[in-house]
Write a protein that binds this ligand. Structure first.
Ligand code: CU
Length: 123
């Protein structure tokens, strides 16, 4: 229903002629925002970016280390790692990944550096 309504609106707009430019730029917005919300987290200068990372269920989140040192990506709060994942990223170019299948809020941290705490929000 929604799709055919959208098609009808686009057709109607096209028929109007000169009002067509704004709707067509809106039409590209969903894919752009989807890529912004992709599960790619950068570790840089002792911080996770973005934080929180917001992804749909089923997304494989990747963490890429851009620092010249060893960080970890360890699931759970700092004082209560939950054992789901515990990755070592030793220097630039190191990448870890984990797939989040269930909606929820998932805390993680670097076990080496206090203050390096992150969250993955799975919707
Ligand atoms: Cu660290």
């Amino acid at each position: 229903m929604t799709t055919s309504l959208a098609v009808a609106l686009l057709v109607g707009t096209a028929a109007c002629g000169n009002a067509g430019s704004t709707p067509s730029s809106d039409a590209t917005a969903p894919s752009a925002s989807a890529s912004e919300q992709g599960g790619a987290v950068t570790i840089k200068t002792f911080a996770f970016d973005p934080d929180p990372a917001t992804v749909p269920a089923g997304t494989t989140v990747t963490w890429a280390n851009e620092d010249e040192i060893l960080h970890t990506v360890t699931s759970g709060e700092r004082d209560e790692a939950d054992g789901t994942f515990d990755k070592q990223l030793d220097g630039p170019g190191s990448v870890a990944e984990h797939t989040f299948d269930t909606p929820g809020t998932y805390a993680y941290h670097c076990s080496i550096h206090p203050g390096m705490d992150g969250v993955v929000e799975v919707s």
